[in-house]
Design a protein around this ligand. Structure first.
Ligand code: DGY
Length: 320
């Protein structure tokens, strides 16, 4: 019987299948209750398999302290919290959950984009404050999307799904991606590849869908924000540190950017205090993949990966 440690509760109906053959220990470890490396080491010590979440630091130190691990199954598509180089060196396989959250995250990106462009947050407040006395011609005017340029940073699965949706809104799609050009995909999503400087200068809306790594950290900094069009909108459902949050607050406060829609933050779960004071930003607590269907599918993929690893079979969704 192997010992499987799960760092935080997952949909029980998916996890229960593991209990038929293994010991399953479910913790509740997060940044809000001291979920640092020591706490993760304490939880994972003696484990044969781990299922981790995106705010668990699975560092080289953690991995070295848990040499019995036959897999770290990350229950997210992003795995910037896992030191994959160390995992490779220590020969601990790592898996993630690609594909199943593409549509949910793309839908949520559009929700934030529409809410930011049409000032939904302010409109809701306006009504609740009792200010809706008559239909106004000049009140709460937003930005139309049809005919506008959407600049996508990262044309992977989620970026492409956003492109397909935005086409339905009549937007012109451009993208910047550090990977090789993929003409088939470009034709499918009708997207034009541009360099980063052009994307910044020409986009009416920029949406971020790149992984977090050394190159993408603070990709959207004060200088990038200054090069965006006056009145542009920024949407981020990727990872918070891709944006310099303090610089974004300045750009929103000065009115250089019209609005932003943010699902992710630089130091989750903390937000830059300036964000709370701004009316032109729509905020969500990292909900991109948060549908019942998607969260179950993510858990199911972790179960598949763990089951395969413990049986000595080829591990699906393996990234390292
Ligand atoms: C991910 O999977 O990386 C998302 O951020 C959460 O689902």
């Amino acid at each position: 019987m192997a010992r499987i440690v799960i760092t935080r509760p997952l949909p029980p109906e998916e996890i229960d299948v593991l209990r038929t053959a293994h010991e399953v220990v479910v913790h509740d470890i997060g940044p809000d209750n001291g979920g640092d490396e020591d706490r993760i080491i304490e939880a994972l010590r003696g484990a044969d398999a781990a299922i981790t979440l995106l705010d668990n630091p699975v560092s080289a130190r953690v991995l070295s302290a848990c040499p019995g691990l036959k897999i770290v199954a990350q229950c997210a598509v992003g795995y910037d919290n896992v030191d994959v180089l160390a995992a490779k060196e220590l020969q601990i396989p790592v898996s993630n959950t690609p594909g199943v959250l593409t549509d949910a995250t793309a839908d949520f990106t559009m929700a934030l984009l529409l809410a930011a462009a049409r000032r939904l947050r302010e409109a809701d407040r306006y009504l609740r404050d009792g200010r809706f006395r008559r239909w106004e011609m000049l009140e709460l005017l937003g930005t139309g999307l049809s005919g506008k340029t959407l600049g996508i940073v990262g044309l992977g699965r989620i970026g492409s799904a956003v492109a397909r949706r935005a086409l339905g809104f009549g937007m012109r799609i451009t993208y910047h991606d550090r990977g090789h050009s993929n003409p088939t995909k470009e034709r499918r999503v009708v997207a034009h590849r541009v360099d980063f400087a052009t994307l910044l200068a020409e986009s009416d809306v920029i949406t971020l869908h790149c992984p977090l790594n050394a190159e993408s950290r603070h990709l959207i900094d004060a200088s990038a924000l200054a090069r965006m069009k006056r009145g542009a909108i920024l949407v981020n459902t990727s990872r918070g540190p891709v944006v310099d949050e303090a610089a974004l607050v300045d750009a929103l406060r000065s009115g250089h950017l019209a609005a932003a829609g943010l699902d992710v933050f630089e130091r989750e779960p903390d937000l830059h205090p300036g964000l709370f004071e701004l009316d032109n930003v729509v905020l969500a607590p990292h909900l991109g993949s948060a549908t019942r269907e998607t969260r179950r599918a993510m858990a199911r993929m972790c179960v598949e990966a763990v089951t395969a690893a413990l049986a000595g079979l080829d591990i699906p969704y393996r990234v390292a």
